[in-house]
Design a binder for this molecule. Structure first.
Ligand code: ZN
Length: 435
């Protein structure tokens, strides 16, 4: 067995000093028993060097313990390393480990360890994220979309689900490059220590998610490591209308339209690049088909609010079919194929028959958590005040776009909410980002 020689790849820029890095070695050569040859980098920074030495010693101990207990003969371990990234803040090393066993051949693994050079400790993904639920959600979603797109043929639905549910704590292997967060993953076993896919995500996309100290580009002292299996993600998944993921979000919802005032409301939403969700009455759709088409075309969401607004809990299955299916059909026809995924039952009334009917149509029941009572108090000032009082991150606000007072109140509230820092999003977007 021999120790491989590793080249230190340094920056081509002459202004950056080449850091002094040496290799340390530990090895044991016996004719019959377990052998090992281990190389690790020495940065001449006492605390980091100790962590690195401890890491390889631990790997050797594990190896010896496993093979001593198995009384196995003729086994060997080689560890060598590549420096993936080294800047003022972080250091990432890939350790390549090969175990030889006479009976089983070679087993190769690669492990990436990232260190915080200011705190002299190993870095976990949870240490570099300031909004952990959002980070977990966003990374899962990016990865899920990505792998689904990439490997639909080779991954089973179970494997995709596993990938979609991966926890931040389990995404152990990553590098913070100059401008990307690079995750090293095995799509078949995302939590495993082995990885065969690297996904690099533009750091600017994660600016609301990563700790600011780790978003800033810090000049790397290594050349950017690009592997053949690296996939770069420079934009969020398709249909992304939200510009700032760290902003407060709320969803305005308008029921009982479309009507004569709907286009006027769309003008206001469009002027502020705001989006809303319209729960429409099927019977009115043919008359105001232009408004419904415009709702979709301008990035709003359209939901089903029955054919003519009965309370659904008193209906038979065939009446439910007419109320719900006919409305889906008329929306689909008016818009050239758009199919709502949200159903808002009149008065919010559901029972188990109604909700299982809705689910059987691939829809979910969507209620609200702020009721402006705008149908009762036809006073634009009062309705405006209720919108503003009810505003909050993750809120779903109920209004009706058939009352002039409600449209007037929304016209005042929309710019005011935006100036208070809200992203006005659709209900499906809200459900995605504030699950
Ligand atoms: Zn209604």
């Amino acid at each position: 067995m021999s120790i491989c020689v590793y080249l230190w790849i340094h920056s081509v820029s002459h202004r950056r000093p080449t850091p002094l890095v040496n290799s340390g070695y530990i090895s044991k050569n016996d004719t019959f028993l377990d052998n090992y040859s281990v190389a690790y980098p020495i940065f001449h920074r006492e605390k980091i060097d100790t962590l690195l030495r401890n890491y390889v010693n631990h790997q050797v101990d594990d190896f010896l313990r496993t093979h001593d207990s198995m009384q196995s003969l003729d086994v060997g371990l080689i560890i060598n390393y590549t420096i993936l990234h080294y800047d003022a803040r972080t250091l990432s090393i890939m350790f390549h480990e090969t175990e030889h066993m006479a009976s089983r051949g070679e087993v190769r693994t690669q492990t990436i360890v990232t260190y915080d050079l200011q705190k002299n400790s190993q870095l976990k993904l949870t240490d570099i994220t300031k909004d952990k639920p959002l980070a977990a959600f966003l990374l899962r979603r990016i990865l899920h979309d990505y792998f689904q797109h990439l490997t639909t043929e080779s991954l089973t639905p179970d494997e995709l689900t596993q990938l979609a549910n991966i926890k931040l704590e389990d995404m152990g292997q990553f590098v913070l490059d100059d401008d990307a967060l690079i995750l090293y993953l095995d799509p078949r076993e995302p939590t495993s220590q082995q990885s065969n896919v690297t996904v690099s995500i533009n750091k600017q996309l994660l600016s609301g998610v990563l700790d600011d100290a780790f978003v800033e580009a810090s000049p790397s002292q290594t050349q950017r490591t690009i592997e053949s299996s690296t996939y770069a993600i420079d934009s969020l998944p398709a249909h992304e209308l939200i510009t700032d993921l760290s902003a407060k979000m709320l969803a305005l919802t308008f029921d009982d339209g479309p009507g004569v005032l709907t286009q006027q409301l769309l003008d206001v939403l469009n002027a502020y690049s705001a989006h809303a969700t319209f729960f429409v009455i099927g019977r009115q759709v043919p008359t105001y088909a232009d408004a419904v088409r415009r709702e979709i075309a301008e990035g709003n969401e359209v939901g089903n609010h029955t054919w003519n607004h009965p309370k659904l809990t008193g209906l038979t299955p065939s009446e439910l079919e007419r109320q719900i299916d006919d409305t889906q059909r008329v929306i689909k026809n008016a818009t050239g194929g758009y199919t709502p995924v949200l159903m808002r039952p009149p008065q919010g009334a559901v029972n188990s028959l109604v909700s299982s009917f809705i689910h059987s149509r691939g829809m979910q029941v969507q209620l609200w958590n702020v009721d402006t009572l705008d149908w009762l108090d036809r006073d634009a000032q009062v309705v405006y005040e209720r919108i503003m009082a009810g505003a909050g991150d993750g809120r779903v606000i109920l209004l009706h776009d058939i009352h002039p007072t409600s449209v007037a109140a929304a016209t005042r509230a929309i710019p005011e909410l935006i100036s208070q820092g809200y992203e006005l999003v659709t209900v499906s977007e809200l459900n995605r980002y504030r699950p």
